[in-house]
Design a protein around this ligand. Structure first.
Ligand code: PMP
Ligand code: GLU
Length: 397
């Protein structure tokens, strides 16, 4: 009786959120916990964005907005796509949602019929698999190999395609690996997908501006896939605006119309305040974003150097996002007192309670044997966490 419907019962709780929750709990008991589980910039939302939101509130007209977003914001998003990505979207093709997470859920619900297959390279962002489950689709995982920086090849993609394939869903820069597909790598994948017109691409580009190596490359640029790519983006990462909850898509018109209809029955438009803040963010010079990226680059270099000194933590230097994704399988089979560490979940639990450092098990991203460490934290916290992790690992036998 007292239980939720099956569709909720079968869902896993988001592990990124669960680890952050566990770390908060431990903190509330008085422990000094370093939380490297959550992927969110630790900077303040830039001042001019906060000011724009305050001005809007002060005018007092904080009402419902059109479900798909206010016209000025949809226009600003079109201009952003043109300016930064050379993509031509009309305002009717833009839908604003309550975070990119919401945009992704809208899209999966829109595109996936019961039994349809969604092709997802692993490691993948935690919520993809659960969104597909909720939509009664089937995930088809394609393993990105560590030796190829966790990226998949056109041959692997082609081998995964069946007549039920409906969506190819991936992020670049990637959460959790930080890998970034080059122009040619994306083009190789596009050439394969060109042959299968039933498949739509959902390109999660939320880390577009957290890219340390090159200009962002979007899957939507290839004429071979015209009208078959949906770009997902938002303001969370580029402008340190995770709590404002604002994401958006640029999509073929019929997909945008479907998402609009879905939102009309589900959430309505996202917060009017956040929409005004997002206009200010998207129309502003990118100075604050550039500064944040410089700081992330420094942190990445420092933490990468430091982590290499930790025995058994094998990792590549990420090209984007703000995560390290080391292979930690060296520690499996080792003992903490009576308890044997058998997998990444065990290791993360051990590090949380022994070292008071919260990180996320690779299993949550479809990649057992790894852990995800967010370096969206201060240098001081990062160094402290690395020292504690090393000390705790040294106790394992
Ligand atoms: N996609 C990826 C890959 C992410 O890491 C995140 C992080 N939150 C999201 C989507 C969702 O972003 P938002 O905060 O806009 O919902
Ligand atoms: N995207 C972030 C992460 O991966 C935020 C948490 C979430 O939304 O799951 O940690």
């Amino acid at each position: 009786m007292d239980k939720p419907a099956k569709r909720i019962e079968v869902l896993e709780e988001s592990q990124t959120i669960a680890m952050a929750k566990a770390s908060r709990q431990l903190k509330s008991q008085g422990y000094d916990v370093v939380n490297l589980s959550f992927g969110e910039p630790d900077f303040k939302t830039p001042e001019h964005i906060r000011e724009a939101a305050k001005n809007f509130i002060d005018q007092g007209y904080v009402y419902y907005t059109p479900v798909a977003g206010i016209p000025e914001l949809r226009q600003a998003i079109c201009e952003k796509f043109k300016r930064e990505n050379n993509l031509d979207f009309k305002p009717e093709q833009i839908i604003v949602s309550t975070g990119a997470k919401h945009s992704l859920m809208n899209l999966i619900l829109t595109l996936v019929e019961v039994g349809d297959e969604v092709i997802i390279p692993t490691p993948y962002w935690v919520s993809y698999s659960e969104m597909v489950k909720l939509s009664e689709g089937t995930c088809v995982y394609v393993p990105g190999k560590e030796e190829n920086n966790f990226k998949i090849t056109p041959e692997q993609l082609e081998a995964s395609i069946t007549e039920k394939s409906r969506v190819f869903l991936f992020s670049s820069p990637c959460n959790p690996t930080g890998s970034v597909y080059t122009h040619d790598e994306l083009h190789g994948l596009a050439k394969v997908l060109e042959k299968y017109p039933r498949i739509y691409v959902v390109a999660d580009e939320i880390y577009e501006h957290i890219n340390y190596v090159a200009k962002h490359e979007t899957m939507a640029q290839f004429p071979e896939l015209k009208n078959r790519v949906v770009v997902v983006n938002g303001v969370s990462k580029a402008f340190a605006m995770t709590g404002w909850r604002l994401g958006y898509i640029g999509a073929p018109e019929w997909i945008a119309a479907a998402c609009d209809k879905l939102q009309s029955q589900f959430t309505s438009g996202t917060s009017a305040v956040s929409q005004h803040a997002a206009i200010a963010a998207l129309n502003s010079p990118m100075e604050a974003t550039k500064k944040m990226r410089e700081i992330f680059t420094m942190r990445r270099d420092h933490i990468f150097e430091r982590i290499q000194k930790i025995k058994g933590f094998k990792t590549i230097s990420p090209d984007g996002a703000f995560y390290l994704f080391p292979n930690v399988s060296y520690y499996f089979g080792k003992k903490a007192g009576e308890k044997i560490i058998t997998n990444s979940d065990d290791l993360c639990q051990y590090l949380l309670f022994e070292a008071h450092v919260a990180i996320v098990p690779g299993s949550a991203f479809g990649a057992e044997g790894y852990v995800r460490i967010s370096y969206a934290a201060s240098e001081e916290d990062l160094q402290k966490a690395m020292d504690r992790i090393e000390e705790a690992l040294n106790k394992l036998q």
